[in-house]
Design a protein around this ligand. Structure first.
Ligand SMILES: *Cc1c(COP(=O)(O)O)cnc(C)c1O
Length: 464
């Protein structure tokens, strides 16, 4: 049939290919349905192109298609973007204690909603409420899937068909489409805006309070800062006004660190305990931002209000799963010892990392990266600024050190060459994600902890 022995002019049938020993072995290893699909697709592609190729090539291509299907979609990457709590890259890395706790409850049954003392039904919030109260000074606490859910649930519980008063300077949009006005609309409450973008006074709130007012809301302007001719009402004054008018005062903190970050040489960020001291009745914040835990939305504050929130049927739709509860519980326990936090909670450790340590690391890894690039780009050790990310402390940047790469070959191709360089690093077995800035590709090494694994990517024959 074939002009050259071993080279076909028409593709073999799917059935015959499935009987080839190499393909049979593939089906035995990975399951028949996947291999059948891969064989069909590969043979169809070859038929369409007219380039049938040798049997060995066909078998190899079927194996490649099969393995591609089996490769996990969600993968580990190196976050060298310079944004520590990067929402698109999964925010806070978890400490080993949290991972162990998740593994333990993942593999079997647990007392998730079971009271071991009484043998009766328990509440999943019980596992974390005591620690949240201890660490924030709150009377009660509950937890949902993320902070957007915490805000939505709080507003839907306390202000349905009524007004929530918010300053125009705080109508925030957080990356990933959390827009406070939209959340309020979906919560079924009416946004009553007061003040202006740059200036809001206590009198603006006082004048807006009426029969339809359900609560006062203060949102932490996490990811931007209004500068210049500005005025905002401080939390304590708003707390006093709310108390005077007998209205709940809700603070959406966003990040909500449980410790004063100043002790780690970082800028101060408001804590839930401070908000409660200032008269907040409820405070909402994320679990996976500065707290350094799993994705979660935490609500702390007055016991009667938390009880109402827990009775809202929407709470059931937003509740955390056992893995999140296990991880959060483990992370909160690490806060028992503030002195060791900077070592034990990775998010805090990375944020507090000293620039000279990062500089030494950069000098150690630079030669391997430079050799791997084999002249495609110059690699220098370069001082940069990292960001905290996730809308925390936007204006405060952390001194850090990067590998700065400028493609060789002149300005004319610079843009494309930079994109190409970024793509090359993304294509590594563990993708390395950097950023392009000022005509260079930067790998900010603040978040690089596994030095050996990183270096390993650039060892061996594979050159960029
Ligand atoms: C991040 C943030 C949110 C949203 O929190 P998620 O946990 O991402 O849902 C809401 N409000 C503020 C002020 C934030 O900073």
């Amino acid at each position: 049939m074939s002009a050259v022995p071993g080279l076909r002019t028409r593709p073999p049938s799917v059935d015959s290919v499935l009987r080839w020993p190499a393909v049979e072995a593939l089906a035995a290893a990975h399951g028949r349905p996947l291999v059948v699909d891969a064989a069909r697709e590969e043979l169809a592609a070859r038929r369409a192109s007219g380039e049938i190729g040798a049997d060995d090539d066909i078998a190899a291509a079927i194996a490649a298609r099969t393995l591609e299907q089996l490769a996990p979609s969600l993968r580990k990457v190196f976050n060298l973007t310079g944004t520590v709590l990067h929402t698109n890259l999964g925010r806070a890395p978890l400490p080993p204690e949290a991972i162990d706790a998740m593994v333990k409850v993942a593999s079997g049954a647990s007392n998730l909603e079971f009271d071991l003392n009484t043998g009766k039904r328990g509440d999943r919030d019980d596992h974390i409420e005591r620690w949240l109260c201890r660490l924030t000074g709150a009377e009660a606490a509950t937890v949902v899937n993320n902070n957007a859910a915490a805000v939505l649930l709080t507003l839907n519980t306390l202000a349905p068909r009524k007004e929530a008063i918010v300053s125009r300077g705080e109508l925030v949009e957080i990356g990933g489409a959390f827009r406070l006005p939209d959340i309020m609309a979906r919560a079924g409450c009416k946004l009553r805006e007061v003040g202006t973008t740059n200036r809001t006074h206590l009198g603006d709130y006082a004048e807006a309070i009426g029969a339809r007012t359900a609560l006062l809301l203060k949102a932490h302007t996490s990811n931007y800062r209004v500068e210049g001719f500005t005025a905002a009402v401080d939390e304590a004054a708003l707390g006093a006004l709310a108390k005077d008018k007998d209205l709940p005062f809700v603070v959406d903190l966003g990040s909500g660190t449980l410790v004063d970050l100043a002790r780690f040489g970082l800028p101060h960020e408001p804590t839930p305990a401070e908000a409660l001291d200032n008269g907040a009745d409820l405070v909402t914040f994320s679990g996976d931002k500065l707290l350094g835990g799993p994705q979660a939305g935490i609500i702390v504050g007055r016991a009667d209000l938390v009880a109402r929130i827990k009775k809202n049927p929407m709470k059931r739709a937003m509740r955390c799963d056992k893995l999140t509860i296990a991880a959060l519980d483990a992370v909160l326990r690490l806060y028992a010892d503030p002195d060791r936090l900077a070592r034990r909670v990775p998010a805090i450790r990375l944020l507090a990392r000293a620039a000279d340590e990062i500089d030494a690391l950069a000098r150690r890894v630079q030669p391997a990266v430079s050799a791997w690039l084999a002249g495609r780009a110059e690699v220098e050790v370069f001082a940069v600024q990292s960001q905290i990310g996730s809308g925390s402390l936007p204006v405060n940047l952390l001194s850090s050190v990067a590998l700065r790469m400028v493609p060789t070959g002149g300005k004319r191709v610079a843009g494309r060459a930079l994109e190409g360089l970024a793509a090359t690093f993304r294509a590594l077995p563990v993708p390395v994600i950097g950023r392009i800035a000022d005509g260079a590709f930067l790998l900010d090494l603040r978040c690089l902890e596994d030095e050996a694994e990183f270096i390993g990517l650039f060892a061996g024959e594979g050159r960029a």
